[in-house]
Design a protein around this ligand. Sequence first.
Ligand code: TRP
Length: 333
Amino acid sequence: MENKKRIYSAIQPSGTFTIGNYFGAMKNWVALQDEHDCLFCLANMHAITVPQEPAKLRARTYECLAMLMAIGIDPEKSILYVQSQVGAHAELSWILNCTAYMGELSRMTQYKVKSGKQGSTIRVGLFDYPVLMAADILLYQADLVPVGADQKQHVELARDIAERFNTTYSPTFTVPEPFFGTAGRRVMSLQDPTSKMSKSDTNVNGFISMTDAPNVIIKKFKRAVTDSETEVRYDPETKPGISNLMEIYSCATDQSIEAIETEFAGQGYGAFKAAVGEAVAEALKPIQEKYTLLLSDKGELDNIMKKGAAQASRIAYKTLAKAQRKVGFVLPK
Ligand code: TRP
């Protein structure tokens, strides 16, 4: 019990989840729960680094919680909570803002990409986002942080900040490691298999939402972009569309890529696309049923959030007090 590694991850409740989020990240979290001491956070404070409609953000917080539970995150096994309900995140962020350098934040690729599109109305919070993320991780003394490749640089920054703080004062924070689950897949767009599947894609045929109805799922896979050959063969370089569909089929059915090549040998793309659609619809069905049920009881979701925030707070405020003491703040006696 004592030497279980602590895992921390978070997801922004800023839109409907896609099978890319699920197969690429969330499904791995479920598997980690038994062997590790896990915390999963709904990062609504990160979400407001770009403009959000308040009513939508609120609704999506409930939806996101219900979806995480529907896929199998169990609040009895893991701590599942909403970031803004634990005030220590904002408080530690301030201290870490006084540890982080402008230079290192300016080098963050995600900031450069996102800010490039926004000009002078760019929020200070977007620039500071990686410091808040460092506070998230360091508050819980996390050993491992499962993230996708796009967040690796932010976890490395959290390491740098932790090491700098520990050296300046004295050992305070666990230095976290990024962690890429073995089953973590990068699911690509169904319309442009060279770019990542994204819920913000303007073409809805590019992604499968976790709440898409079975007939919609099947139709989207039928329309998926492939190539002019006919052979179901895994080759991400020259056949990115088919290879992506094979990866998705593999995630949905837990079959190996080799087994899929054998199963569909000589069958052509039409039959294969139909099978992928059926398999994904089948895999999502029990999740969707559970999701609808959970979402119908907001009061119960409120209780779960409250319990998670209380559990998270016990850990977070202990670390916060330690950091405050180290920098020379007088703690209330
Ligand atoms: N920034 C992450 C994302 O958008 C979400 C996140 C916030 C996170 N805090 C974190 C991930 C801490 C891991 C650890 O995907």
